[in-house]
Design a protein around this ligand. Sequence first.
Ligand code: MN
Ligand code: MN
Length: 476
Amino acid sequence: MERKNIWSTYTSEEITELDNISTRYKACLNEGKTERECVELGVRLAQEAGYRDLNDVMAEGGTLKTGDKVYAVCMSKMLALFRIGEEPVSAGMNILGAHIDSPRIDVKQNPLYENEGLAYLDTHYYGGIKKYQWVAQPLALHGVVVKKDGTVTKINIGEEEGDPVFVITDLLVHLAQEQMEKKASKVIDGEKLDLLIGNRPAEKVLEELQSADQTDAKENAAEKSGQIKANVLRLLREKYDMDEEDFTSAELEIVPAGKARDCGLDRSMILSYGQDDRVCAFTSLFAMLDVTEAKKTGCCLLVDKEEIGSVGATGMHSRFFENTVAELIALTEGESEIKVRRALANSRMLSSDVSAAYDPMYAEAFEKRSSAFFANGITFNKFTGSRGKSGSNDANAEYIAALRKTMDDAGVAYQFAELGRVDLGGGGTIAYIMANYGMEVIDSGVAVLNMHAPYEVSSKADVYEAVKGYRAFLKM
Ligand code: MN
Ligand code: MN
């Protein structure tokens, strides 16, 4: 296939739409920096577009018909949207899938400690990161703390103007002679990725706690801790009504602080945290909300835990999706196990995840003819995996041919690529899991530069083509 930068082909109307989509996309990146935040945002946008909670429809004993729109949420971290098509659900769905978890650093369950006058949160990183990229930069803390009575408190510190931020320190270069000799994988030790969160002793914290007669608090803060840690605990109690033990039932994620930005003098790109895989998740969601009529039942499935192997109740390996489709069949065609299986086997899926954009600075890692290039459109990967296609979902030629026609007819720019040189490495996606149902699945998505770094780069043109491609797919 000929390579072609698509910017020069756009009309002024197309540029206007591209700019609108970029703005909409950046706003979503800023609001959804964790999987929970993405689900909350997705539900809000779905409700605004007339989607109803599937559980409510079931509770009312209702049924679903062509044009009806429902969503289902699994444990606040996985989201599925459905719009019933003209054909029965058992005739198969057009499914857009992507993941909403991103590499980051998680807070451990017993994290708070003081060391030589500095207070820290102990951490364990999530997903594949180059640890040295995460030090010495502003970080924010997002997540939830759930108390024993079930109260869920949301935490979001470091994003608003005027918020404090946090940092993971690195050794000054003047003393780093030994550190600089180490292999990149050893430069920063995993246990040294602790988050610096305080340095100010509690002023009269002992007296305050004693006068308030908070017995638990006294035990936690005053007697067992140093004064810096005690002060952090006092602030957590004041602001979030949480005690030290509440960290055990918290999910706190450390992510780069700040917003998505236009990148380049020509503003042709976007620099942001979390574009793997939210560049595919949000564009899939936009297409799902935009398309209002289709032959097939449309689905947008946003899953968690891809970065750690799609495991757990909210990962792609979970039965959540299958169970939800069974409920959908019950509400449209009547309870039928065989129809659930038919619905899944007859479906088609674009399993979307980011692709590695060709980087001339690291040309040696790529094979040019099979690389994805910025501003060349949505990327299709017939296979992923590495070293003999190991672990790959190898999409069928017949399915690819049908997609080529759909994309060409809709005027969508697309390219075929592979992730890096054959023997160099690679990564898994959710494609092979859905393919287990016997449905047609292909890996697709948007190419990014410096994938898994705190800030990843995408091309606005590719984001635009992805939305166009996903819309065309839903109408296929
Ligand atoms: Mn990914
Ligand atoms: Mn990834």
